[in-house]
Ligand binder design. Structure first.
Ligand SMILES: Nc1ncnc2c1ncn2[C@@H]1O[C@H](COP(=O)(O)OP(=O)(O)OP(=O)(O)O)[C@@H](O)[C@H]1O
Length: 318
């Protein structure tokens, strides 16, 4: 098992094997399997994690479509709508939530050396893989190691009582995404895409993946639907019109939002001040589609069957 906080010598041979497997890329099948077996213990919701009522994965097939930006603003908008919300940055390839929330200097805080406290921004509980590791190290992790680290991160964080926890997933539909989807008690997933064909075909793969693990897709968000000039308000669909909408229709999914490509969205993210917390009145209109997205998501969540079960856990060797 990962020990985030100490380099103590592992007590048992099994722990030693696991520590070795997690300290460097898993070189052998045996090492990979040891990590996989360790991850299996997180099948059941862990203590602090039981305080999280609904878990929503925000995913995209393709990188760079604005998944993290959308996830942050979605979590903030849900909070603004009156929910107690949190966000977990599971984007192991490029944890950008710390930057977007002005938490670049934050480090994991553990009062007991075993569990971690989340950070808070505007009442939003925040945990990120970026508080624990440097991104250059993260990128060399093999799938099983990354999955185990992320499962530990979510289970070993002292989440407060939360109505909803948004998980910013790593982009793609590989082993990590599949393992997380299978091992967490997921309420549903939201797919973020941009309107052009190259992003849509990857978004389709993400929809298919969630179908395979029986996780309901709560809706699709079309980000950068149109460019909106901050000077004159002129709108232009530079990545094509309604691509995400058509994909949603094909899979009979609701479109939760069509969000503009706007320089203020990028500026707020880069400045570490979420759009929804901006005190510039000029940003109010831009917050609207995010608030509407949160309302749409809440409607979809309310429409889910009350006794929706945890997805079945299936291990395969491939
Ligand atoms: N609607 C938008 N308008 C303007 N800029 C945006 C918008 N959405 C995202 N961006 C910008 O696009 C860039 C990529 O966004 P982001 O990091 O959220 O993408 P991602 O899909 O999470 O990327 P990755 O695949 O690396 O995780 C960032 O600079 C962000 O500020």
């Amino acid at each position: 098992m990962f020990n985030w906080f100490s380099q103590k010598r592992p007590a048992s041979a099994a722990e030693a094997e696991q520590a070795e497997a997690t300290a460097q890329p898993a070189k052998t099948l045996a090492a990979a399997n040891a990590v996989k077996a360790s991850a299996a213990q997180y099948t059941e919701p862990h203590y602090a994690f039981q305080r999280v009522r609904q878990l929503v994965l925000v995913a995209s097939g393709k990188g760079g479509v604005g998944k993290s930006t959308t996830a942050v603003n979605m979590a903030m908008a849900l909070q603004a709508e009156g929910l107690k919300a949190g966000i977990l940055d599971a984007d192991i390839y490029g944890p950008s939530i710390p930057l977007m929330l002005g938490l670049e200097q934050a480090k994991a805080d553990s009062p007991d050396g075993k569990t971690m406290l989340p950070q808070y921004v505007g009442g939003l509980a925040v945990q990120s893989i970026g508080f624990l590791i440097s991104p250059d190290k993260a990128t060399v992790w093999r799938g099983p190691m990354a999955s185990q680290a992320l499962l530990q991160l979510i289970h070993e964080t002292q989440w407060p009582e939360l109505d909803i926890l948004i998980v910013d997933m790593p982009p793609g539909t590989g082993d990590i995404q599949l393992t997380l989807s299978q091992k967490l008690a997921v309420t549903g997933a939201v797919i973020v895409t941009t309107p052009q064909d190259v992003a849509l075909s990857d978004a389709q793969k993400a929809i298919t993946m969630f179908g395979q693990v029986q996780i309901p897709v709560l809706g699709l968000v079309e980000n950068m639907s149109y460019y909106q000039c901050s000077a004159c308000g002129h709108q232009e669909a530079i990545f094509g019109t309604d691509g995400g909408k058509r994909l949603a229709e094909r899979y009979q999914l609701p479109v939760l939002a069509q969000l503009p490509l706007h320089s203020r969205v990028r500026q707020c993210a880069d400045q570490g001040v979420p759009l929804l917390l901006s005190d510039d009145p000029a940003d109010d209109a831009l917050c609207l589609p995010y608030l509407q997205m949160a309302q749409q998501l809440m409607q979809q969540l309310a429409a889910l069957p009350a006794n929706q079960s945890t997805p079945e856990i299936v291990f395969t060797d491939d």
